[in-house]
Write a protein that binds this ligand. Structure first.
Ligand code: SF4
Length: 402
């Protein structure tokens, strides 16, 4: 297939949905899920199921990436799946995992005299404890939305008397572009450009999810754009250490459906492998130039606190000492102090942390669609286009399906 509409072909989608239903009905042969009652009967059924590759619990499949969540809802894919497959929405939205304290740090940098603070648009409205970057802009700070870190570099060239900071955030998808921009600034000898680094790595985040006692996952759909950079090998631990199958997939409806079919087929056949549905984009070994730039500029932090995920060793990224002159954290004296977990986002009635980890759905949060909506977001999951609350709201999933 060559053109985008071919990846949205209803006839092919229907065929894939039928195949998924066939596979699922083979795994849940005779007993409707609602008839499961006694724990003892359930246990013996589950032992029998393991022997026969049949199941007594719905399959729980996590789509790690917020982009996949949006495709699932935009094209109504979730509602086409059998009841025996439940999609669990993962934390793959870089804005959503950003702790409030880091937003506060952004605002503190933007408030420094002479600073031009540049960022992608979806980070502008993420609430901090005092204000968002958008509110800081309204209060007179020079906060500018850019489409690329190279735009920020162009602003730095044009404003040699100002300090220009780019808010570097995202998983491995955006790391090569920020690293290459820093290297370009270094080559040009620009002294007024720096990155405020909040990148996060996908494999370490997946490991944190796999060790979460509240989650019972049967497999992963892995993000295609991240994998385009890192390749397939970094996911090997998921199958080797945790025995969960994983399929790397793209973002069109047929990508997702084919990946789901591949994943359910693995489970039905008792296999556990890393498979690559998105081979038209994702090379097995990743993007060498991108990986070289990442390794040149960045290293992992020992401790990093992320919203909803807590402290994940090796997930956070910092700028290497060799490039400290381009590190806004050092330039502006911002300590990366493993900011404490966002109580306002994780405790009380708001369920951002639980939704982020896939333990709850957006409609389980009492504020969903009421006090928290896209016009007045209380949490980052309602701000970012990749947030699951924004996806549920945008596509009318305002209440649990019966
Ligand atoms: S609805 Fe708002 S407050 Fe509730 S979990 Fe989603 S983003 Fe957080």
């Amino acid at each position: 297939m060559k053109y985008i509409d071919e990846f949205r072909d209803p006839a092919k989608a229907k065929k894939l949905v039928e195949e998924i239903h066939k596979l699922a009905s083979g795994m849940f042969p005779s007993t409707p899920l609602r008839e499961r009652t006694s724990p003892v009967a359930e246990r013996s059924r589950s032992q029998r199921s393991r022997r026969e590759h049949t199941r007594s619990q719905p399959l729980q499949i996590m789509e790690f990436c917020g982009g996949h969540t949006h495709t699932l809802f935009k094209y109504g894919i979730e509602s086409m799946l059998p009841d025996t497959i439940e999609m669990v929405h993962g934390p793959g939205c870089p804005v959503c995992v950003l702790p409030m304290a880091r937003v506060d740090d952004c605002v503190a940098i933007a408030e420094q005299p002479g600073v031009i603070f540049t960022t992608f648009g979806d980070a502008m409205r993420v609430p901090g404890t005092r204000k968002s970057l958008l509110q800081a802009k309204a209060d007179g700070c020079d906060v500018r939305m850019v489409y690329s870190p190279m735009d920020a570099l162009a602003i730095a060239r044009k404003n040699p008397d100002r300090e220009v900071v780019f808010f570097a955030l995202g998983f491995e998808t955006t790391m090569p572009s920020t690293a290459l921009t820093l290297l370009q600034a270094h080559r040009e000898g620009l002294k007024n450009f720096s990155l405020f680094c909040n990148h996060i790595t996908t494999p370490a985040t997946m490991r944190a999810i796999l060790t979460d006692p509240d989650l019972r996952l049967d497999g992963f759909l892995a993000p295609g754009h991240v994998s385009m950079v890192i390749g397939a090998q970094p996911y090997d631990f998921v199958t080797r250490d945790y025995h969960k199958p994983l399929v790397i997939t793209g973002f069109e409806p047929l990508d997702i459906l084919q990946a789901l079919w591949m994943l359910v087929k693995q489970i039905a056949e008792g296999r556990c492998e890393v498979e690559n549905q998105y081979a038209r984009i994702v090379p097995q070994a990743g993007n060498t130039a991108g990986l070289n730039a990442i390794h040149e500029v960045y290293e992992t932090r020992e401790h990093s606190e992320f919203r909803g995920l807590g402290n994940i060793g090796d997930a956070g990224i910092q700028i290497r000492e060799a490039y400290a002159a381009y590190d806004a954290e050092k330039k502006f004296g911002i300590p990366f102090d493993a900011a404490p977990f966002d109580s306002a986002q994780g405790a009380g009635s708001l369920k951002c942390a639980e939704v982020l980890r896939g333990v709850m759905k957006p409609w389980d949060c009492p504020a969903f669609g009421k006090e928290c909506n896209p016009q007045m977001p209380l949490g980052a999951l309602m701000v970012s286009p990749e947030g699951s609350c924004a996806a549920y709201y945008a596509y009318g999933k305002l209440a649990k399906r019966s």
